[in-house]
Ligand binder design. Structure first.
Ligand code: NOJ
Length: 557
């Protein structure tokens, strides 16, 4: 953001000054952003129409959730064709127009690539089903004979992340009970066998297809996945992934071979940079058991960034936040990367609800805390990701009826616990009633998930007009980030503070303080703050509030 560097530095792999190091990227969940055709589902033309809005907000780039042809069993994370656009979202021509429009505005475009698994409708999986045991087509996946009499038991005892066994038995072409295939998510998402050289070669082709179309990088789904233990042995705790909803089965995730894939992908990115000087970005969804393992993914020749999810997982508590922030800084030190902060995404309960009361009461404490957390995140050293609707202060929609839920977690487990539809409800843009401007085309269909009436309070047109809105807080924070050299990449030094308050200084004197309590405390520095997440009387840091100051002289710890 603040720095630029010669392409020669980038090519040499120094990467000390890449644009991504302190970039703020906005996650566009395409089906819920803006619908240009009126079928009730957001699309790429809708994203293009929304670019000026995002430019005004001040983000450096966008990450587009998967828009590839897909039967949508997991909203596009089940890819049937990695090199095309699903007609629901547009076509390649529309994609090219989106990339061109974003380039004109100076907004980077990241795609979401899904290399751990595909869709059961991918042509290679269909070929594998037809080809039979022992075929080259089956060797692209994990097919195995079952155990027990007649092979009726799965090849091992692993459970899938979204519930049920990680194996599904097929019926062979002759109608006989057949082999089993591995899927760490739903049965509609068979896992690729990365030990087969055809798979890395195919993904090399996929990356180049999109890089040739001008994208600036990729968010990588399940980046600690891909390889499994070569013997696929039984696990001592086979339900650990489903129980924790995290990829922690040590036999199924985080195998050492995966690092070679990221080294190769990095070299592909650098090959493109060498051609045109534009540095590409790889950001991994890396879920691993320790900070040390996390750091391995962002070594200088691997991924540029890996989401640091511990901030998102921390309870609203000063000590908990200080611990995860310190750990992140230590984790990343020496890797050549910067910390990649995230508070919300399409898999998590939105901050306003997570930190407070359920909607519609969410305008109170949860909203104040979410605002404070946003200003804290934007003050931390490194890069940050914002999930669409976060800039509006949208609460989680917690009361969707069962019959509209689409999350495979709900359908496979029968439980509403931690389901993800509530953070994916289409954005409200304008007006007083659903579809709130989300659906703008001719067909006038209902949004694919119902929008609650109280979304009227959150429409973008209202947020833009109200300087006290979440939108203005994010916009002001982003503007200061680009204007002030203390923000973005750099140092962080903790300051002594009242109990329940976190305070730190950035660079040569930008102070950020967060009051996690509900009672006001004395401000840790004198003077008028540059920006606060809520009203603060002079000399006071209000409860559930963050403030930024430029201090006179560097405050002492
Ligand atoms: C992580 C994605 O964020 C999530 O939405 C998806 O269901 C899983 N990976 C499987 O692809």
């Amino acid at each position: 953001m603040h720095n630029c560097c010669s392409s020669q530095e980038q090519v040499n792999g120094l990467n000390r000054h890449g644009w991504w190091r302190d970039a703020v990227i906005y996650q566009v969940y395409v089906r819920s952003f803006l619908d240009s055709t009126g079928d009730g589902i957001g699309d790429l033309a809708g994203v293009r129409a929304g670019l000026p809005y995002l430019k005004k907000l001040g983000v450096d780039g966008i990450w587009l959730s998967p828009f590839y042809p897909s039967p949508q069993h997991d909203h596009g994370y089940d890819v049937a064709d990695y090199c095309d656009v699903d007609p629901v979202f547009g076509d390649l021509d529309e994609f090219d127009q989106l990339v061109a429009a974003a380039r004109r505005l100076g907004v980077k475009v990241l795609l979401d690539v899904v290399p751990n698994h595909c869709s059961a409708e991918h042509p290679w999986f269909r070929e594998a089903l037809a080809a039979g045991p022992g075929s080259a087509a089956r060797a692209r996946f994990h097919f195995a004979d079952g155990r027990g009499p007649d092979g009726a038991e799965p090849p091992n005892n692993w459970h899938a992340m979204f519930g049920g066994p990680a194996w599904t038995r097929i019926t062979e072409a002759d109608g006989s009970p057949g082999q089993w295939y591995l899927h760490m998510f739903t049965p509609e998402q068979p896992d690729w066998n990365w030990r087969n050289p055809e798979i890395p070669a195919e993904f090399d082709r996929v990356l180049r297809f999109w890089l040739d179309r001008g994208v600036d990088g990729f968010r990588i789904d399940v980046a600690a996945g891909l390889y499994k233990h070569p013997e696929l042995p039984d696990s001592d705790d086979p339900e650990i992934d489903a129980r924790t909803r995290d990829s922690v089965n040590p036999l199924a995730w985080n195998q050492p071979e995966v690092h070679d894939v990221w080294r190769h992908w990095r070299s592909v990115c650098e090959e493109y940079t060498a051609r045109d000087g534009r540095e590409r970005l790889l950001v991994g969804e890396v879920s691993v058991p320790s900070a040390r393992e996390h750091a391995k993914y962002v070594r200088p020749d691997e991924l540029h960034q890996a989401f640091f999810f511990d901030l998102l997982g921390a309870p609203w508590d000063a000590d908990a936040f200080r611990k995860v922030i310190s750990e992140a800084m230590e984790d990343i030190a020496g890797t050549g990367s910067t910390v990649t902060w995230v508070l919300n995404n399409h898999d998590q309960v939105r901050t306003v609800t997570r930190y407070g009361e359920p909607a519609p009461e969410a305008s109170g404490l949860g909203a104040a805390r979410a605002r404070a957390a946003a200003l804290l995140m934007l003050a931390l050293p490194g890069a940050a990701y914002i999930y669409q609707g976060e800039e509006l202060g949208l609460p989680e929609v917690v009361d969707l009826p069962d019959d509209v839920l689409t999350d495979p977690i709900f359908h496979r487990t029968g439980s509403r616990a931690r389901i993800r539809d509530g953070c994916r409800v289409p954005l409200p843009w304008s007006g007083q009633a659903s579809p709130f401007g989300f659906t703008t085309g001719a067909q006038n269909a209902k949004p694919w998930l119902p929008q609650p009436e109280y979304f009227a309070e959150y429409v973008t047109e209202r947020a833009l007009a109200d300087t006290r809105s979440f939108w203005h807080l994010y916009r002001d924070g982003l503007q200061l980030r680009s204007a002030l050299p203390q923000l973005g990449e750099g140092t962080l030094r903790w300051l002594d503070a009242e109990p329940g308050v976190l305070a730190f200084v950035r660079g040569d004197g930008l102070v950020c303080a967060v009051n996690f309590g509900t009672a006001p405390t004395p401000a840790p520095v004198s003077g008028i703050p540059l920006l606060t997440s809520g009203p603060c009387p002079p000399g006071v840091l209000a409860g559930s509030t963050t403030a930024w100051w430029i201090a006179d002289g560097t405050p002492e710890t």
